[in-house]
Design a binder for this molecule. Structure first.
Ligand code: GLN
Length: 493
């Protein structure tokens, strides 16, 4: 049965359609795989009974010739998506035991299309982090740990915040997974684990029913084994939702069509500002290789400038903390999850929030309330909004000269658990190439292109124009074909 979990989502769909195996068999293989991978701590909750029930329904549809677009595919769901009657924690103690009575729009659409849920995947608390070390449910281990014998004992982070999603897909204990990306949380963990992840344009996928971190930046997206799988899964996840006022009412193209056309004549921008101090030479080398691959595939390379890039991290941490301090005000011990006793109402709020939130979340709430406070609002928050607009304008200008942009995804390969942990700024620097995209609301994808000297995956990022996921996927398909990245992590199901 182990060969079933080797299939990509597209191959599995094919096998199901041609009745080579059933959805129940595929799901059983993945349930075994999740058990085998428990040491990675990728899942917070496994839902095997639900998965088997959904698989059975899927088999009935296959039998009656009424199969759906994602029928019988066993997915892991990031535990930031509210799932009806299945515990949803956002990686936080404050939501321990919270069972929503509703389904997020994105997961509802995946289930509408026949997908099966294996369980809820670990993440940084409220999606705040780059290493999956802020989860109240423990670190996730990167399945690439130990891939370099010289570093065999180093336990590596899978990246974050969608660390459980990335680890599960890389280790083959989910055929694909959902992620969310506020400042890089799909793309950076995808890069650290050798998988593909796309953050769609802001407004492309509904945010309804996803636990909010920073509402003007958050987007859901697929995390998959390859570009084709991302195209299939994005089609199901995307679409207008009247329940989310920032959802955009535009038709969702058939993303698979985008993979066929080739990239001849497309102009790829290379931003000179994406060379940061201290970036390892191997990341620069990989970037140059990626440029060459796209050139060989017929693209034209153009130098571009994104002059406000250097302000992006500071701006992000003003905007994101401001919004999170407001979004997380709702966790007061009354409406959701955990409550701690107090002598009066105020003390109950205080003890609940002090005990319920971890250190990183508290740090960000404090920063956010600070930048929003009367004396500092103009100096920080308003200025941050202006710089945000300038960053978005940079991209607008650049897209007059090019059709998409190629950059590294992260400034390093996966680091060890414990590294960067004593210094939040060092951790935040890891997001340097991903946050500008969220500030500008653009689509961007990371895919694995090579290995580092430590034999760990390195990813490149393709950034597109608003709502032009198709071009991003098309370029991704070309880069994937040229890079031929086939390496598997040393630990997998
Ligand atoms: N690492 C970034 C942060 O900590 C991004 C997280 C995300 O995209 N959710 O905020």
């Amino acid at each position: 049965m182990s060969s079933l979990i080797e299939l990509t989502l597209a191959q599995a769909l094919d096998g199901l359609k041609t009745k080579k195996f059933t959805a129940t068999e595929l799901t059983q293989a993945y349930i075994k795989a999740t058990e085998k991978c428990r040491s990675l701590n990728a899942y917070i909750v496994e839902t095997p009974e639900l998965a088997l029930k959904q698989a059975k329904e899927s088999d009935a549809r296959y039998a009656s010739g009424k199969a759906l677009p994602m029928d019988g595919l066993p997915l892991g769901i990031k535990d930031l998506f509210c799932t009806d009657n299945v515990q949803t924690t956002a990686g936080s103690n404050i939501l321990r035991g919270f069972k929503p009575q509703y389904e997020s729009t994105v997961t509802a659409q995946l289930f509408r299309d026949g997908a099966v849920m294996l369980g809820k995947l670990n993440l940084d608390e409220f999606a705040m982090g780059s290493a999956n070390i802020t989860s109240a449910y423990g670190n996730v281990i990167n399945p690439w740990s130990g891939s370099d014998p010289a570093n065999a004992v180093r336990k590596l982070v899978p990246g974050g915040s969608s660390g459980g999603s990335a680890a599960a897909v890389a280790a083959r204990c989910a055929i694909a997974a959902t992620g969310t990306d506020t400042g890089g949380s799909i793309r950076q963990p995808a890069a650290f684990t050798g998988i593909t992840g796309i953050k769609p344009t802001y407004g492309r996928c509904s945010r309804w029913g996803i636990v909010a971190y920073a509402s003007s930046l958050d987007q859901a997206g697929p995390m998959t084994r390859d570009v084709r799988d991302a195209a299939i899964m994005l089609k199901s996840m995307a679409g207008y939702d009247p329940k989310d006022s920032t959802s955009v009412n535009r038709p969702v193209p058939n993303y698979l069509d985008a993979l066929e056309g080739g990239i001849a004549g497309l102009r790829i921008g290379i931003p000179k500002e994406y060379r940061v101090d201290g970036m390892p030479a191997e990341v620069e080398t990989l970037w140059q290789q990626g440029i060459k691959m796209l050139q060989d595939a017929g693209a034209e390379i153009v130098d571009i400038s994104l002059p406000h890039t250097k302000y992006a991290l500071a701006t992000y941490y003003i905007v994101a903390t401001a919004e999170c301090s407001s979004n997380l005000a709702r966790y007061d011990g009354v409406r959701f999850g955990q409550r701690e006793a107090g002598k009066n109402l105020i003390e109950m709020y205080e003890t609940t929030r002090a005990k319920g939130f971890g250190a990183e979340v508290r740090r960000r709430i404090m920063l956010g309330t600070y930048v929003l406070s009367a004396g500092y609002y103009d100096a920080y928050y308003l200025k941050g909004q202006k710089v945000r607009n300038a960053i978005a304008r940079d991209f607008g200008q650049a897209f007059k000269q090019c059709d998409a942009i190629l950059t590294p995804t992260a400034p390093s390969d996966a680091f060890a658990i414990g590294e960067k942990q004593d210094d939040p700024i060092k951790m935040w620097l890891n997001d340097v190439f991903t946050v500008p995209v969220n500030l500008a609301g653009l689509p961007a994808m990371s895919l694995p292109v090579g290995l580092s000297a430590n034999k760990l995956p390195l990813g490149l990022q393709i950034i597109g124009r608003p709502f032009d996921e198709s071009t991003v996927l098309g370029i991704g398909a070309a880069l994937e074909a040229a890079a031929g990245f086939k390496a598997l992590p040393p630990f997998h199901a």
